[in-house]
Design a protein around this ligand. Sequence first.
Ligand SMILES: Nc1ncnc2c1ncn2[C@@H]1O[C@H](COP(=O)(O)OP(=O)(O)OP(=O)(O)O)[C@@H](O)[C@H]1O
Length: 254
Amino acid sequence: MKQRPILSVEDVHHSFGKFAALSGVSLQVPEGRLTALIGPNGAGKTTFYNVVSGRYRPSRGKVRFLGRDVTGLPPHRLCALGLARSFQITNIFERLTVLENVQVPLVVKNRGTFCFWRRLHRDGALEKAALEVLAMVGLEDKARWGVHELPYGDKRLVEMAIVLAGRPQMVLLDEPTAGMNPEETDHMIRLIKSLAETSGTTFFITEHDMKVVFSVADYIYVLHQGRLLAEGTPEEIRADRRVREAYLGGTSEP
Ligand SMILES: Nc1ncnc2c1ncn2[C@@H]1O[C@H](COP(=O)(O)OP(=O)(O)OP(=O)(O)O)[C@@H](O)[C@H]1O
């Protein structure tokens, strides 16, 4: 990979008791590219995300973000540095409107500057900023809806808007299309692609749905039994015999 890595993971190990869930995983995520991490059930993807996003401190190894050693920093510190993780929709405020949900992180991001916050309210800048973020995910027309009125796919878009409101440099997207119907999935695929191209944010996704992975990712890493099994472009991964074997005993594509 030629581009500057925004995220670099070096020889990461993580164990639960005697069970090694990650064994010597190293990878790099280049700035501005859409990178995916895939692997069969139990491969270690969630554990890896928890290490990178600061929920777990690895038993060994380093995580560097923008060249800085961030190993073991808690999620809120990483978020402040520009590394955000998509939250599950359980973290959305159902009783607030879509607009208010996006205003919350904008206020949090600007906390400590009370005068700024007051000014935001006074001149409508807070609402304008939130509407801009909602336009990025195509939800501006539903800004005044209560979140509880939204279909599931739109709630996931609110989740995305909340993450984007913090203007992160990099977003870890954990199963962005999980639970979506085909139409919602297609919309989310188009959105992720367009955000990756236009927002200046680097996306790193895990996803079970191979249609999603192969249509959005520029580069793919494959985990298997806690180790990196393969890496490459979607075409290379699709053609990789080891990857086929890891998924379905070699009889089918991942
Ligand atoms: N808190 C935990 N305590 C003990 N073992 C765990 C814990 N979390 C995960 N594991 C084990 O670590 C291994 C990797 O799990 P992980 O959830 O990271 O895999 P995954 O690739 O995300 O799987 P899936 O695709 O099924 O979500 C599995 O064998 C799992 O049972």
